[in-house]
Design a protein around this ligand. Structure first.
Ligand code: SAM
Length: 271
């Protein structure tokens, strides 16, 4: 078993409203049109606590069964115990969970799938894992909707001449090696896109944006701290410059004078 990179359920809960606002509704509705009428089975990969299911279930026909896959058993358990979402016809969905590594995902795992989904996943996988995921989707022969993969682009307002250097350091950190796994970071979504095209599939993508600001200062604060901390972990030589930069950004944050746009890509692929 690989070393699990822990994601906290508190962080997933904090970001859930902004994830829901940011995901492409247009691609979700295009997905619904490809599904026809139910019953349908949706496999959500790297489901965490089920945020994608809560957002997408009401937009899709029912009856729906969701199979939530994650290597973190605590997170999927959380999802199974939470409030059950309703489908488009207001029927409660059925939720199942599977704990395991996506590198081991095989065609059998998605055999019954009408749709495969993932949100905020492709950038935290390795090339081997993205290949396993795309191959399993191709074998399953059903549409795949991958929302909110980061592109590496962040726009802070007001701009600061040091933004670019911290952004580059953060993106290097996203591509770091952890316990023998080399993460893809911002190139994850491009790899998946290319693999679907190689398989002869159709792909539609949409630029999607987290818009962080004074309307949710806690999310902006936690995102900014995590972003800068990761950049400084990657580039210890930036520590001194980082302290001054943090102090400036924090004073702007406290005055409600800081905002950030974090650019993502959503992808819909179908045979
Ligand atoms: C950024 S979180 C997103 C969670 C959820 N999709 C959401 O939008 O709230 C990424 C999730 O993928 C899971 N994950 C990451 N790498 C994985 C792997 N190799 N195998 C299985 N799950 C993985 C993590 O445990 C985490 O729950």
């Amino acid at each position: 078993m690989s070393e699990i990179i822990e994601v906290s359920s508190d962080w997933l809960a904090l970001r859930e409203p902004e994830d829901a606002r940011a995901r492409s509704r247009r691609l979700a509705l295009a997905t619904a049109r490809r599904l026809g009428s139910g019953p349908i089975v949706i496999h959500d990969l790297g489901s965490g606590t089920g945020s994608m299911m809560r957002w997408l279930a009401p937009l899709l026909p029912g009856p729906q069964t969701w199979v939530l896959h994650d290597w973190n058993a605590d997170l999927v358990e959380h999802a199974a115990e939470g409030v059950v979402p309703l489908d488009h016809e207001r029927r409660a969905v059925t939720v199942r969970t599977r704990t395991g590594e996506l590198a081991q995902l095989g065609s059998d795992d998605l055999e019954d799938a009408s749709l495969v989904t993932a949100s905020a996943l492709l950038d935290v996988l390795t090339a081997e894992e993205v290949r396993a995921v795309v191959q399993s989707c191709v074998d399953a022969g059903c549409p795949a909707l991958f929302s909110l993969s980061v592109t590496g682009e962040v726009r802070l307002d007001p701009r600061d001449p040091r933004d670019d250097v911290f952004q580059a350091a953060f993106n290097e950190h996203q591509e770091r090696r952890v316990g023998g796994r080399r993460l893809l970071g911002p190139s994850g979504v491009a790899l998946a896109h290319g693999l679907f095209l190689e398989a002869g599939w159709n792909v539609r993508s949409a630029a999607t944006f987290w818009r962080l600001g004074d309307h949710d200062p806690r999310l902006l604060e936690q995102w900014f701290d995590g972003w800068l901390e990761a950049a400084l972990e990657q580039r210890a030589d930036l520590q001194v410059e980082g302290a001054g930069y943090r102090a400036l950004r924090w004073s702007q944050l406290r005055r409600g004078a800081l905002s950030a746009v974090v650019v993502h890509t959503d992808l819909l692929a179908w045979p």
